[in-house]
Design a protein around this ligand. Structure first.
Ligand SMILES: NC(=O)c1ccc[n+]([C@@H]2O[C@H](COP(=O)([O-])OP(=O)(O)OC[C@H]3O[C@@H](n4cnc5c(N)ncnc54)[C@H](OP(=O)(O)O)[C@@H]3O)[C@@H](O)[C@H]2O)c1
Length: 321
């Protein structure tokens, strides 16, 4: 199948491209300002999706069978700083993409977020009404509506959550951000009363590609890992997995210690039914996700000193991890 991946230079998009290649698809990987760097990829390009006409030209040239949209402005902070860009990238671009996908008869798989919910109750079902607290959540919730407007049966929206995996430069994954603190001599304060349900990066990438392969699966779905945990538990389990003393590096804290909680949902746990029962890709437990994590780049020397363990780098997926 010919698949176009947008946002292919991003954290998730890159992994989606690797999954598409692994599963034998023909791929066009599109970055924004950066050209995607993906070993053995067929074709790459970069273009600004907010400029009308660019994406249209590519789609009409390519006539792909599926499009996976990982392009976004994906943080609360960036959306608050650039509200116009947030509207464009998170809402208008998905609308144009859905129109185009419908026009060429391609399936659109669009990435959304658990941040469309307010976190008051947790265990959200895919049918629950979004109630975002931030501009990020608002623009993503609006993007979902736009995507499904052009034929619900041609598009799948995946609401997902904290990405747990390895970034080539060691700067984006959950454990990588913790390692950055710890190797700089800092203790990380993590909430015991804020719940998230991290998803394995490669597992989520497989799900997005499997959704392209399954034309009968469409509409809004939730995908995350199997375990809803507090941020504190997540940090402790990561530290212990790497043989680090969690008491030394993590301090338990409460949400009430933060001056402004307005945009922070408390419990974003998700129910994965009905997608979990329909896919071949299994839901991954947090313990399994931990098994895929590597010592982040640049932290090797600190880690060896701290634990006395030797870091061995493997050549994986064509890049030196
Ligand atoms: N990260 C998370 O924990 C998380 C959690 C839940 C949901 N999600 C969702 O997952 C998706 C991917 O997130 P991510 O963390 O992988 O994002 P990311 O690493 O920030 O990647 C964003 C991608 O969008 C591209 N992009 C930005 N502006 C563009 C433009 N004007 N034209 C074309 N492309 C542009 C970027 O390209 P350049 O860098 O080349 O400019 C990059 O490839 C998003 O929909 C996000 O809402 C993420």
């Amino acid at each position: 199948m010919k698949i176009v991946v947008t946002g292919a230079s991003g954290f998730l998009g890159r992994e989606v491209c690797l999954a598409a290649l692994r599963r034998g698809h023909e791929l066009l990987a599109i970055g924004g300002t950066h050209l995607p760097s993906i070993p053995n990829v067929h074709r790459t390009m970069h273009l600004d999706l907010t400029i009308p006409g660019r994406l249209e030209a590519v789609m009409l040239d390519e006539f792909p069978q599926a499009v996976i949209n990982c392009a976004a402005l994906p943080t609360i902070h960036d959306c608050d700083r650039n509200p116009d860009l947030a509207d464009k990238l998170n809402t208008e671009v998905p609308r144009r993409m859905a129109q185009l996908a419908f026009h060429v008869g391609a399936k659109l798989v669009h990435l959304s977020t658990d941040m469309v919910f307010d976190g008051e109750v947790g265990r959200y079902q895919h049918t629950d009404q979004p109630r975002p607290l931030s501009r990020y959540g608002l623009t993503k919730a609006a993007g979902e509506v736009e995507v499904l407007k052009y034929g619900r049966e041609h598009a799948a929206v995946i609401r997902t959550t904290l990405l747990n995996g390895n970034h080539p430069r060691g700067v984006r994954g959950l454990h990588e951000r913790l390692f950055m603190d710890w190797s700089a001599g800092k203790t990380t304060a993590l909430f015991t009363d804020e719940i998230r349900q991290p998803v394995g990066l490669t597992n989520l990438a497989d799900v997005t590609v499997e959704l392209c392969e399954r034309p009968n699966l469409s509409g809004v779905y939730h995908w995350a890992g199997a375990d809803a945990l507090s941020r504190y538990e997540i940090g402790v389990r990561i530290a212990e997995h790497f043989g680090l003393d969690s008491d030394k590096f993590i301090k338990a804290s409460l949400r009430s210690e933060l001056p402004d909680l307005a945009a922070r949902p408390r419990d974003l746990s998700l129910q994965l039914h009905p997608l979990a029962g329909k896919l071949r890709t299994p839901v991954q437990a947090f313990a399994e996700q931990l098994g895929e994590l590597r010592i982040p780049r640049g932290c090797e020397e600190w880690y060896e000193k701290e634990t006395g363990r030797k870091v061995v780098r493997l050549l994986e997926k064509g890049i030196d991890f």
